[in-house]
Design a protein around this ligand. Structure first.
Ligand code: COI
Length: 354
């Protein structure tokens, strides 16, 4: 790869690490590359972070042909920078690309460029407990054209953002609202792709949830409105009796990397019974009534592990584990973050040190 690097003339002031929140602060540099049918992906460059100038007819602005990823870098015990599962993120980016008629990228090239970018902005990787550098790669359609078709040109970029907890609750239980009136995705639709439309589709019901004092929406399947799918910013798990259950990937659910990490750790390291299967909301309500719904938690790169304290479905509200963090969620959080920060052994080879 021919990677050019243009450094920023002046560097921004670093934020207060004790109060980072999520997704509002960006580092000094970004990575860009372009695609056209003749040259393929070309002009790989690290540049100062800055606005992109776009023609008002640029296709992504009209028809939403865009995909993205979210991954994180952590500061380890001896000051090393640790990337968590980058190959898995870029493999998923290519799956999203295929679904959205976007040309695939070469993961090895992009991971090399990402490492170079993180090395350059290393002083932005926060080290306060619970903080990390959130990495947002994205691809957007760039043809200036208002007819409907796949674009022939694209921009790939990576931006970096030092972050703390995704939810204001931090690692405390969140309240989840089940939408009866709206759906996020259907089988055959875009649900499995990490594409802007899925997040746009979630907004109306999310506002409704927020107005009622709930943190996030838990989506049911789009056809029968019966089976649990995901939260939109996270996948969902339940502990029913001694079984750890999460919805099977049907095609309308995002294949979360933290989801897969929890499944692997729980089944292979803890010897827990883990099931990826259909779970109806009725099963959850019945398990609660029988007293065997022990825990629920969400998983995601941004959210890590997020315990669920309450679920509202119509006029029924259930409280799980007395609204407190349960032992499986706590153990999952400690294990995943332990591997990420290098406090625990990395038995699956998930971490790449930069
Ligand atoms: C992530 O966990 O990285 C996500 O993509 C969730 C959200 C910030 C869009």
């Amino acid at each position: 790869m021919n990677l050019t690097v243009k450094k920023a003339n002046s560097l921004k002031q670093k934020p207060d690490e004790s109060n980072l929140g999520f997704g509002t602060i960006f580092t000094d540099h970004m990575f860009n590359m372009d695609y056209d049918p003749e040259k393929g992906w070309h002009n790989q460059r690290i540049e100062p972070y800055g606005p992109m100038i776009m023609d008002p007819a640029t296709m992504v602005l009209h028809y939403g042909q865009s995909i993205f990823e979210g991954l994180k870098a952590f500061i380890g015990e001896s000051g090393e920078v640790r990337l968590f599962r980058p190959k898995d993120n870029f493999a998923r980016l290519n799956r999203s690309a295929r679904r959205m008629c976007i040309p695939e990228i070469d993961p090895a090239t992009v991971i090399e460029a990402l490492k170079e970018l993180v090395r350059l902005d290393k002083s932005w990787v926060p080290s306060a407990p619970g903080t990390s550098l959130y990495i947002r790669p994205a691809i957007v359609a760039t043809d200036p054209y208002v007819g409907v078709r796949a674009s022939s040109t694209y921009r790939f970029f990576i931006i970096l953002s030092p972050v703390g907890a995704y939810y204001k609750e931090g690692f405390n239980p969140v309240k989840i609202w089940i939408s009866k009136d709206y759906v996020r995705a259907v089988i055959g639709g875009l649900g499995e792709a990490k594409t802007a439309a899925n997040y746009a589709a979630s907004l109306y019901a999310s506002e409704e949830a927020h107005k009622n004092g709930y943190t996030q929406v838990l989506w049911l399947d789009g056809v029968e409105r019966k089976y649990i799918e995901e939260v939109g910013s996270m996948n969902i798990f339940f502990v029913i009796g001694d079984e750890l259950v999460t919805p099977a990937l049907t095609g309308s659910i995002l294949a979360g990397i933290t989801r897969e990490s929890v499944i692997k750790i729980a089944s292979e390291k803890w010897g827990m019974k883990v099931s990826e299967r259909k779970i109806s909301i009725d099963e959850i309500m019945e398990a609660d009534a029988k007293g065997i719904l022990k825990e629920s938690f969400g998983t995601g790169t941004a959210a890590v592990i997020s315990p669920v304290g309450n679920i509202k479905y119509g006029d029924k509200i259930i409280t799980i584990n007395n609204g407190e963090v349960g032992p499986v969620a706590k153990k999952a959080f400690d294990t995943i973050t332990g591997i990420q920060y290098g406090k625990l052994e990395d038995p699956f080879g998930w971490v790449e040190i930069i």
